[in-house]
Design a binder for this molecule. Sequence first.
Ligand SMILES: C[S@@+](CC[C@H](N)C(=O)[O-])C[C@H]1O[C@@H](n2cnc3c(N)ncnc32)[C@H](O)[C@@H]1O
Length: 381
Amino acid sequence: MELWSYSETIAGVHKQMKQYPYELIALYMKENQTFKIEVETFCRHFTQREKVEKLEAFSYLPVKGQVKLKGPDVVFQYIEYYGIDPKAPPENPYMVFFGRWITNGLRQLIQDLSLKNRKFIGNTSMDPQLSLLMANQAQIHPGDIILDPFVGSGSLLVAAAHFGGYVLGTDIDYLMLHARTRPSRITQKKREKDESVKANMAQYGLDHKYIDVLVNDFAIQFWKDDIRFDAIITDPPYGIREATEKIGTSKENCTVSEQHLSTHIPAKIVYGLSSLFYDLLAFSAKHLKLGGRLVCWFPIFREDYQEDGLPRNPSLQLVANSEQILNKHTSRRLLTYKKMSEPINKVMEERNHITDFRTRYYDNREETRKERRMKRAMERN
Ligand SMILES: C[S@@+](CC[C@H](N)C(=O)[O-])C[C@H]1O[C@@H](n2cnc3c(N)ncnc32)[C@H](O)[C@@H]1O
């Protein structure tokens, strides 16, 4: 809303509005404009009669048009704020606000896209509020092409598609992409046959925005050099709830015999956070359109945090960096980068040191009760 006055008392708001310079609000007081006054009392219930009395207290406003309750040209918004404890609201409001309503927010979307009712979820599905926030940071427009290279159950694709993006994703985990991992809901014994990222999109009427999801190790790229994405939004693994792995082997000269090739499942090695984020930024520098955005989470050991230790790439500018505290020691940062220039080939990019969050996490984590019990039992033996 366009805030015209606020005060700790009801009388304070009325005093300010009576003295409000007419020329600043004349645009909304015209004879040919219909209007209504909306009364909202936050955290305290009032009867309709009491609400009408609050509304009538504004009879001095110099409005010239007719009242219209449904679809008026102008809505004036009056709010009394009684705190956040509905069981013990104070007699008088803490704050009172008055102004012109501009538009509603999209908070209802958080409920509409709730993970509770989503067809297919995994253990690390991102909640809708943060997914929507990431899609906002990426400035997704209708018709954009959006990639999540660590797509999991595809929560970020749901938010991106909601804002009009055509979405695709990749993930190393074949079972996850085919919704064949163990169910994540304790009440669910077996995965339903029709669980999938695509089914999630259909659930929200977004299936026309779904391109596909593909099994791919991010460390091994298969995209054509000239493909460009409008935005990349992703939540890479941190190595705590899910492994940071890539395909590879520590064995020298490893070969697979002809007869085993068709059933061979490639071995995996650790994909250190530093390499993973280096690759993610280099990939984005190459495959984003100019001005396109990379939005990703980056885990932090809070004591170690320095902006210098964040991943960087000469073609990308860090435009936003916000912290979500997880516990005393750890947090994650939502990083938004904007592509400013095409990467210059052949020049070795400067590689800054990124602290290995996983090592620090396990070095500093307090022992769990189970670990203490096992340690004591071992000492006794
Ligand atoms: C934090 S989860 C992403 C969760 C996802 N945002 C969702 O809503 O379900 C990280 C994902 O990265 C995948 N992953 C791990 N290593 C990978 C790699 N080398 N290449 C591609 N995906 C990888 C994991 O299988 C996991 O699904």
